[in-house]
Design a protein around this ligand. Structure first.
Ligand code: ADP
Ligand code: MG
Ligand code: MG
Length: 246
Protein backbone atom coordinates (compact mmCIF):
# COMPACT_ATOMS: atom_id res chain seq x y z
CA UNK A 1 0.00 0.00 0.00
CA UNK A 2 1.34 3.36 -1.05
CA UNK A 3 2.02 5.53 2.01
CA UNK A 4 4.16 8.41 0.80
CA UNK A 5 4.28 9.67 -2.76
CA UNK A 6 6.49 12.57 -3.73
CA UNK A 7 5.83 13.82 -7.22
CA UNK A 8 8.20 16.22 -9.01
CA UNK A 9 9.04 18.10 -5.83
CA UNK A 10 11.10 21.26 -6.07
CA UNK A 11 12.00 23.09 -2.87
CA UNK A 12 13.54 26.50 -2.31
CA UNK A 13 15.30 27.81 0.75
CA UNK A 14 15.84 31.57 0.86
CA UNK A 15 15.31 31.83 -2.90
CA UNK A 16 17.81 29.09 -3.70
CA UNK A 17 16.46 25.99 -5.36
CA UNK A 18 17.72 23.04 -3.35
CA UNK A 19 15.52 20.16 -4.51
CA UNK A 20 15.09 20.04 -8.25
CA UNK A 21 12.38 17.54 -9.02
CA UNK A 22 12.28 14.61 -6.61
CA UNK A 23 10.05 11.59 -7.25
CA UNK A 24 9.77 9.01 -4.51
CA UNK A 25 7.29 6.40 -3.39
CA UNK A 26 7.41 4.66 -0.03
CA UNK A 27 4.96 1.86 0.67
CA UNK A 28 3.65 0.98 4.12
CA UNK A 29 6.12 -1.19 5.98
CA UNK A 30 9.14 -0.30 3.81
CA UNK A 31 12.49 1.00 5.00
CA UNK A 32 14.24 3.31 2.55
CA UNK A 33 17.75 4.67 2.85
CA UNK A 34 18.71 8.09 1.54
CA UNK A 35 22.37 8.83 0.96
CA UNK A 36 24.25 11.59 -0.76
CA UNK A 37 27.09 14.08 -0.32
CA UNK A 38 26.94 16.93 2.19
CA UNK A 39 24.73 19.71 0.94
CA UNK A 40 22.86 17.49 -1.54
CA UNK A 41 19.52 18.40 0.06
CA UNK A 42 18.79 15.32 2.18
CA UNK A 43 17.79 17.27 5.28
CA UNK A 44 15.90 19.72 3.08
CA UNK A 45 13.80 16.82 1.79
CA UNK A 46 13.09 15.74 5.37
CA UNK A 47 12.05 19.23 6.44
CA UNK A 48 9.97 19.79 3.30
CA UNK A 49 8.16 16.48 3.80
CA UNK A 50 7.35 17.56 7.36
CA UNK A 51 6.07 20.98 6.26
CA UNK A 52 8.74 23.18 7.81
CA UNK A 53 7.75 26.71 6.65
CA UNK A 54 11.38 27.67 5.90
CA UNK A 55 11.28 25.25 2.98
CA UNK A 56 9.09 26.48 0.13
CA UNK A 57 7.62 24.01 -2.30
CA UNK A 58 7.84 25.43 -5.81
CA UNK A 59 6.41 22.65 -7.92
CA UNK A 60 5.26 19.13 -7.27
CA UNK A 61 3.12 17.41 -4.69
CA UNK A 62 3.43 15.38 -1.52
CA UNK A 63 0.79 12.73 -0.88
CA UNK A 64 0.58 10.94 2.43
CA UNK A 65 -1.81 8.12 3.17
CA UNK A 66 -3.86 9.03 0.12
CA UNK A 67 -4.14 12.73 0.96
CA UNK A 68 -2.44 15.69 -0.66
CA UNK A 69 -0.48 17.22 2.24
CA UNK A 70 1.61 19.64 0.16
CA UNK A 71 -0.08 22.60 1.85
CA UNK A 72 -0.68 20.96 5.25
CA UNK A 73 0.96 22.38 8.38
CA UNK A 74 3.68 20.51 10.23
CA UNK A 75 1.22 19.82 13.07
CA UNK A 76 -1.32 18.34 10.66
CA UNK A 77 1.34 16.11 9.13
CA UNK A 78 2.49 14.92 12.55
CA UNK A 79 -1.08 14.13 13.42
CA UNK A 80 -1.44 12.20 10.18
CA UNK A 81 1.48 10.01 11.29
CA UNK A 82 4.60 11.67 9.87
CA UNK A 83 7.67 12.07 12.05
CA UNK A 84 11.09 13.63 11.65
CA UNK A 85 13.99 12.96 13.93
CA UNK A 86 16.25 15.98 13.90
CA UNK A 87 19.91 15.99 12.97
CA UNK A 88 20.46 18.37 15.91
CA UNK A 89 17.74 17.77 18.56
CA UNK A 90 16.57 20.86 20.48
CA UNK A 91 17.13 21.37 24.19
CA UNK A 92 13.99 22.53 26.00
CA UNK A 93 14.51 23.74 29.58
CA UNK A 94 11.39 23.51 31.74
CA UNK A 95 9.85 20.60 29.84
CA UNK A 96 10.65 17.07 30.98
CA UNK A 97 11.26 14.30 28.49
CA UNK A 98 8.26 12.41 29.91
CA UNK A 99 6.01 15.48 29.85
CA UNK A 100 7.02 16.26 26.31
CA UNK A 101 6.31 12.73 25.12
CA UNK A 102 2.92 12.58 26.82
CA UNK A 103 1.83 15.91 25.33
CA UNK A 104 3.09 14.92 21.89
CA UNK A 105 1.24 11.62 22.17
CA UNK A 106 -1.99 13.39 23.16
CA UNK A 107 -1.63 15.73 20.19
CA UNK A 108 -0.98 12.79 17.91
CA UNK A 109 -3.91 10.69 19.11
CA UNK A 110 -6.26 13.56 19.89
CA UNK A 111 -7.17 12.00 23.23
CA UNK A 112 -5.98 11.77 26.81
CA UNK A 113 -3.11 9.43 27.54
CA UNK A 114 -3.46 7.54 30.83
CA UNK A 115 -0.50 8.25 33.08
CA UNK A 116 0.12 4.75 34.46
CA UNK A 117 0.04 2.93 31.14
CA UNK A 118 2.11 5.69 29.59
CA UNK A 119 4.83 5.46 32.23
CA UNK A 120 4.95 1.69 31.91
CA UNK A 121 5.39 1.86 28.15
CA UNK A 122 7.95 4.63 28.52
CA UNK A 123 9.99 2.52 30.93
CA UNK A 124 9.92 -0.38 28.47
CA UNK A 125 11.07 1.74 25.55
CA UNK A 126 13.82 3.33 27.65
CA UNK A 127 15.04 -0.15 28.54
CA UNK A 128 15.32 -1.06 24.83
CA UNK A 129 17.43 2.06 24.42
CA UNK A 130 19.45 1.42 27.57
CA UNK A 131 18.48 4.81 28.97
CA UNK A 132 18.57 5.33 32.71
CA UNK A 133 14.95 5.72 33.96
CA UNK A 134 15.88 9.02 35.65
CA UNK A 135 16.13 10.63 32.21
CA UNK A 136 12.33 10.54 31.93
CA UNK A 137 12.11 13.35 34.48
CA UNK A 138 15.01 15.41 33.20
CA UNK A 139 14.44 18.46 31.02
CA UNK A 140 14.18 17.51 27.35
CA UNK A 141 17.68 17.03 25.96
CA UNK A 142 19.14 19.60 28.38
CA UNK A 143 22.67 18.51 29.21
CA UNK A 144 22.18 15.26 27.28
CA UNK A 145 25.28 14.02 25.50
CA UNK A 146 25.16 13.70 21.71
CA UNK A 147 24.41 10.00 22.02
CA UNK A 148 21.70 10.56 24.64
CA UNK A 149 19.99 13.12 22.40
CA UNK A 150 19.89 10.59 19.59
CA UNK A 151 18.44 7.99 21.94
CA UNK A 152 15.84 10.52 23.02
CA UNK A 153 14.84 10.93 19.35
CA UNK A 154 14.43 7.16 18.98
CA UNK A 155 12.45 7.12 22.21
CA UNK A 156 10.03 9.58 20.59
CA UNK A 157 9.82 7.28 17.60
CA UNK A 158 8.94 4.29 19.80
CA UNK A 159 6.42 6.19 21.91
CA UNK A 160 4.66 8.20 19.19
CA UNK A 161 4.52 5.26 16.76
CA UNK A 162 4.28 7.32 13.59
CA UNK A 163 3.40 5.44 10.40
CA UNK A 164 6.25 7.13 8.53
CA UNK A 165 9.46 8.30 10.16
CA UNK A 166 12.42 10.14 8.72
CA UNK A 167 15.62 9.64 10.70
CA UNK A 168 18.11 12.33 9.74
CA UNK A 169 21.63 11.14 10.54
CA UNK A 170 20.47 9.69 13.84
CA UNK A 171 23.64 7.58 13.83
CA UNK A 172 26.14 10.34 13.13
CA UNK A 173 28.70 10.96 15.82
CA UNK A 174 27.73 7.88 17.81
CA UNK A 175 30.22 5.39 19.19
CA UNK A 176 29.89 1.71 18.25
CA UNK A 177 27.88 0.80 21.35
CA UNK A 178 25.44 3.65 20.87
CA UNK A 179 24.97 2.67 17.20
CA UNK A 180 24.01 -0.82 18.39
CA UNK A 181 21.49 0.58 20.85
CA UNK A 182 20.00 2.99 18.32
CA UNK A 183 19.66 0.21 15.74
CA UNK A 184 17.97 -1.99 18.33
CA UNK A 185 15.47 0.85 18.81
CA UNK A 186 14.93 1.13 15.06
CA UNK A 187 14.44 -2.64 14.77
CA UNK A 188 11.81 -2.39 17.49
CA UNK A 189 10.01 0.21 15.36
CA UNK A 190 10.37 -2.01 12.26
CA UNK A 191 8.47 -4.78 14.06
CA UNK A 192 5.28 -2.94 13.21
CA UNK A 193 4.76 -4.25 9.71
CA UNK A 194 2.86 -1.14 8.59
CA UNK A 195 5.45 1.35 9.79
CA UNK A 196 7.68 2.91 7.15
CA UNK A 197 11.07 4.56 7.49
CA UNK A 198 13.39 6.82 5.60
CA UNK A 199 16.88 6.65 7.04
CA UNK A 200 19.27 9.42 6.05
CA UNK A 201 22.81 8.33 6.81
CA UNK A 202 26.44 8.50 5.74
CA UNK A 203 27.22 5.28 7.49
CA UNK A 204 26.57 1.81 6.13
CA UNK A 205 27.32 0.39 9.58
CA UNK A 206 23.92 1.17 11.04
CA UNK A 207 22.26 -0.51 8.07
CA UNK A 208 24.01 -3.84 8.62
CA UNK A 209 21.57 -4.92 11.32
CA UNK A 210 18.46 -3.33 9.80
CA UNK A 211 16.08 -4.54 7.15
CA UNK A 212 16.46 -2.24 4.13
CA UNK A 213 14.03 -2.42 1.20
CA UNK A 214 15.26 0.42 -1.00
CA UNK A 215 18.08 2.92 -1.28
CA UNK A 216 18.38 6.27 -3.06
CA UNK A 217 21.23 8.59 -3.90
CA UNK A 218 20.57 12.33 -3.83
CA UNK A 219 23.10 14.57 -5.54
CA UNK A 220 22.58 18.31 -6.05
CA UNK A 221 18.88 18.13 -5.37
CA UNK A 222 18.12 15.21 -7.65
CA UNK A 223 17.73 11.49 -7.05
CA UNK A 224 20.42 10.13 -9.35
CA UNK A 225 20.01 6.47 -8.42
CA UNK A 226 17.44 4.27 -6.74
CA UNK A 227 17.56 0.57 -6.12
CA UNK A 228 17.48 -2.15 -3.54
CA UNK A 229 19.62 -2.60 -0.44
CA UNK A 230 22.56 -3.63 -2.64
CA UNK A 231 22.89 0.02 -3.66
CA UNK A 232 24.29 0.82 -0.20
CA UNK A 233 27.32 -1.38 -0.85
CA UNK A 234 27.74 0.07 -4.32
CA UNK A 235 27.83 3.58 -2.87
CA UNK A 236 30.51 2.49 -0.44
CA UNK A 237 32.58 1.09 -3.28
CA UNK A 238 32.09 3.80 -5.91
CA UNK A 239 31.42 6.93 -3.90
CA UNK A 240 28.72 9.38 -4.89
CA UNK A 241 30.66 10.68 -7.89
CA UNK A 242 30.22 7.28 -9.51
CA UNK A 243 26.50 7.94 -9.75
CA UNK A 244 26.74 11.26 -11.51
CA UNK A 245 25.86 11.29 -15.16
CA UNK A 246 24.13 7.93 -15.06
P1 ADP B 1 22.31 17.63 3.33
O1 ADP B 1 21.37 17.30 4.44
O2 ADP B 1 22.20 16.71 2.15
O3 ADP B 1 23.72 17.76 3.79
P2 ADP B 1 20.90 20.14 3.35
O4 ADP B 1 19.52 19.83 2.96
O5 ADP B 1 21.17 20.36 4.80
O6 ADP B 1 21.88 19.05 2.75
O7 ADP B 1 21.37 21.44 2.59
C1 ADP B 1 21.25 21.61 1.19
C2 ADP B 1 21.57 23.03 0.83
O8 ADP B 1 20.52 23.87 1.31
C3 ADP B 1 22.85 23.55 1.45
O9 ADP B 1 23.47 24.37 0.52
C4 ADP B 1 22.36 24.32 2.65
O10 ADP B 1 23.25 25.37 2.96
C5 ADP B 1 21.03 24.85 2.18
N1 ADP B 1 20.08 25.00 3.31
C6 ADP B 1 19.42 24.00 3.91
N2 ADP B 1 18.64 24.46 4.91
C7 ADP B 1 18.85 25.78 4.95
C8 ADP B 1 18.32 26.84 5.76
N3 ADP B 1 17.43 26.61 6.74
N4 ADP B 1 18.76 28.09 5.50
C9 ADP B 1 19.63 28.33 4.52
N5 ADP B 1 20.15 27.39 3.72
C10 ADP B 1 19.78 26.13 3.92
MG1 MG C 1 24.66 17.50 6.07
MG1 MG D 1 21.61 16.91 6.40
Amino acid sequence: KELLKVDGLTVRVEDREILRGVDLTVNAGETHVLMGPNGAGKSTLGYALMGDPRYTVGAGKIFFDGRDVTEASAAQRAKAGMFLSFQAPLEVPGLTLSGFLRTALEQRTGGRVKFGAFRKELAKAMEVLQMDPSYADRDLNVGFSGGEKKKSEILQLLMLKPSFAILDETDSGLDVDAVHVVSAGIREYQKNENAALMIITHNARILESLRVDAAHVLVQGRLVASGGAELVGEIGARGFEGFLGR
